[in-house]
Design a protein around this ligand. Sequence first.
Ligand SMILES: Nc1ncnc2c1ncn2[C@@H]1O[C@H](COP(=O)(O)OP(=O)(O)OP(=O)(O)O)[C@@H](O)[C@H]1O
Length: 455
Amino acid sequence: MATGKTGSVLVVDDESDVLFAMKMLLKTDVKELVTEKNPENVLSLLSKQKFDVIFLDMNFKSALNTGNEGLFWLRQILEKDKDATVILITAYGEVELAVKSLKQGAYDFIVKPWHNDKLLETLQNALQAKGQKKPAKSAASINGHASILGESEAIQDILYKIEKIAPTEANVLILGENGTGKELVARALHEKSFRAGQPFVSVDVAALTDSLFESELFGLKKGAFTDAKEDRKGRFEAANGGTLFLDELGNISPAMQAKLLTVLQNRQVTPLGSNTPVPVDIRLISATNEPIYELAAKNLFRKDLIYRINTVEITLPPLRSRDNDVELLARHFAGIYANKNHKPVPEFAPAALQKLKQHSWPGNVRELQHAVERAIILAESNVLQPQDFSFSPMEMDSAAATPVFASDTSMPLHEIERETIRHVIEKNKGNISKAAKELGLTRTALYRRLNKYDI
Ligand SMILES: Nc1ncnc2c1ncn2[C@@H]1O[C@H](COP(=O)(O)OP(=O)(O)OP(=O)(O)O)[C@@H](O)[C@H]1O
């Protein structure tokens, strides 16, 4: 902490213990410290005096503990002084609400019980930033992995959320279409968490059959079945102390949902063929591109499991709604693939950029990545032209697409998808990796569809 006392701070909390602890902590650093137990008095206090920073509790015992009292008082304070710097004091488990408060204008939040160093750092940052606009983050760089790029407001929001949520223990559910960057976000959350030095274990659960699901996740005791020649640790144990990322969670069967719920509730796994549970300490991050709440409404996904995994939710927007990001990402991938293929970094003809911006990107960032890679490999000149970007039939906007099969517009969507997949696999002579790439899907996602459509 910097030497010398600076700043005037108001702390509003109805718990005397909190006010006392704050006084003790801040007395050596803060020039003027005022504490207030009753939030009703805050507005009149603000009429008399301006504070550099206001710490505001999220819950006041006098009302229902919904956290909305904090948001209510936050709005009142900001209405009175739109430049007020408010830091929310929230309880563990209220992170979602706290993130909401950031959107409504809070400067930051701290989670109770707080670490003194963290609180002092937050206060210092707030004092320094006073009067300065919060700088936009351009990327969350992740050790050894791609950065999350994007200038769109939606991505900026997500980067901010990652910064805030990563250092907590909250379970995170990431929602979004195929290829929107869910795994990238999961890795960023891990790398920016206190568990960063520990393992990050990623499992594509949709690729597992029910019997594999159990042995893969919970482990296996020698002799559990004929082929089990030795004990094998499951992914939960492998992730112990770190983060477990369960991808495509929306696709698991009801029986597996029940098993997973039990493990999460008890924080222990029992390997197949064993009677001895093993305690596990993991942070869970899950992702799905399925409409999980619709599945829950149809009783296809357990609501109690959703509540376990979605302490905080992050929804990744489809690329088509992130206009400016298309160009940014296209140029970024162009740099990467030009280097990889020993070619000079190309320019984009304005018409090519226009074409990219108009495309609907059903395979999202992954599809864009592959489109740019193809273009770099095949382009004749160092200025990429519209014709260098070819989209597979399924990737085309319905208006722009020339259907390669049935011109019958009454064909149901799943039939169209099935036929498109058939067509692309045929075109790639049965090569699943190539077909998946052209369709903008992962191999697993394509295999899942092959199963679904019985192809
Ligand atoms: N904002 C971004 N900036 C840079 N690269 C990105 C961004 N979003 C996604 N990518 C890249 O796009 C590809 C797909 O991302 P990722 O695998 O994280 O998506 P996903 O949503 O997990 O996909 P799926 O649903 O198919 O599992 C990766 O190569 C990733 O690095």
